[in-house]
Design a binder for this molecule. Structure first.
Ligand code: SAM
Length: 327
């Protein structure tokens, strides 16, 4: 038997001593067995938290994926092994915090989605697609957008939305008749369509054309803010959050489209925790409200769409507010 297979066997049996001996003799903790599983996945599947920790300490990647796109955390979660799950969750958050720091150092260029903003897009009744047939926005999200609008309009007053897309959230925001409704949009064709469909003539609406990063000086402060751009990275969302203390009035509500790692249940949990922690460090609490989405996603939803950006049964709608003692 190969050393890697012996490692998988020890992981499966929860044999910490044997596992450590194998690691010390140079066994590869990143090994994938014939079924495409790593020692970490085997340990997680069987709930051996101590083995999980030893493998992570020896450098096993927390985010390796099996052929069916499951990570060790997914295996622990599906089998209900809480301690193994907790160890993996902590490892995932720590790793992403570090990776975020590296990305921030490397992120010297001017924008993540410059190409998308320069490319053609196509509109149909139920979706807005980019030049590569990836969906920018889809109609199945309408109930989610309505829930976001309800959250960010709950204080009344002045509302900001970043990213118009199909105008679903903005249509819902209008129902609440905010005092002012500012919309920021960076794609020239989306902007043109907004004007053609009369958004420029609405009494309480102010449209700002441009990347939010470039038009920050035109922002005021708001009672409700929603953020949902396209083609940007977690780092961009994080950067937007740095501006919240200036943009959100005391008592105001902030929400964002929570599509973070929407293709994998465990990664999604890691990122939900990560974003909540980062918002907390800025002085905001985050409540994640679960909304079932399985019924919104019929078989035909993804026909012709290149990338299924959502594969989970629930959507966790973030509602963020300043923590009391930080105001
Ligand atoms: C997912 S869609 C928004 C969908 C919208 N919430 C709705 O309800 O239809 C994202 C939008 O953000 C725009 N966008 C992308 N990057 C942007 C940026 N940096 N600043 C402003 N808008 C941006 C895109 O052009 C697109 O219209």
């Amino acid at each position: 038997m190969e050393n890697g297979d012996l490692l998988c066997e020890a992981a499966q049996n929860g044999d910490v001593e044997k596992l450590k001996t194998l690691i010390e003799s140079g066994a590869d903790v990143t090994y994938f067995d014939k079924d495409g599983l790593t020692p970490l996945m085997h340990a997680a599947k069987h709930g051996h938290a101590e083995v999980v920790q030893s493998l992570l300490d020896a450098g096993a990647p927390w985010n390796a994926l099996s052929p069916s796109n499951l990570s060790a955390g997914d295996f622990a979660m599906d089998a209900g092994h809480q301690s193994a799950f907790d160890v993996l969750l902590y490892a995932g958050i720590q790793a992403e915090l570090v990776l975020g720091t590296i990305a921030r150092k490397e992120n010297a260029n001017g924008g993540s989605n410059v190409e998308y903003l320069e490319d053609r897009i196509s509109f149909s009744e139920d979706k807005l697609m980019d030049a590569e047939n990836k969906a920018v926005m889809m109609a199945w999200e309408k109930p989610l957008m309505e829930a976001h609008a309800k959250a960010v309009c709950s204080m009344g007053g002045d509302v900001l939305n970043v990213g118009f897309g199909m105008g679903l959230v903005d249509t819902a925001i209008q129902q609440y008749e905010p005092t002012s409704h500012t919309i920021v949009e960076a794609h020239p064709e989306v902007y043109k369509r907004m004007l053609e469909s009369g958004w420029g003539e609405k009494k309480n609406v102010k449209i700002i054309f441009g990347r939010w990063q470039d038009v920050l000086d035109q922002f005021e402060s708001y009672d409700g803010i929603f953020f949902d751009t396209y083609g940007e990275y977690y780092e961009d969302l994080r950067e937007f959050h740095q501006h919240l203390p200036k943009l959100l009035k005391p008592g105001g509500i902030y929400s964002f489209f929570n599509g973070l790692c929407g293709g994998n249940p465990f990664f999604h949990i890691v990122y939900c925790q990560l974003v909540s922690l980062e918002l907390e460090s800025l002085g905001y609490s985050t409540q994640l409200i679960p909304l079932p989405v399985k019924d919104c996603l019929g078989e035909k939803t993804w026909e012709g769409v290149k990338h299924r950006y959502w594969q989970l049964d629930s959507y966790y709608l973030p509602v963020c507010q300043a923590l009391e003692d930080s105001e």
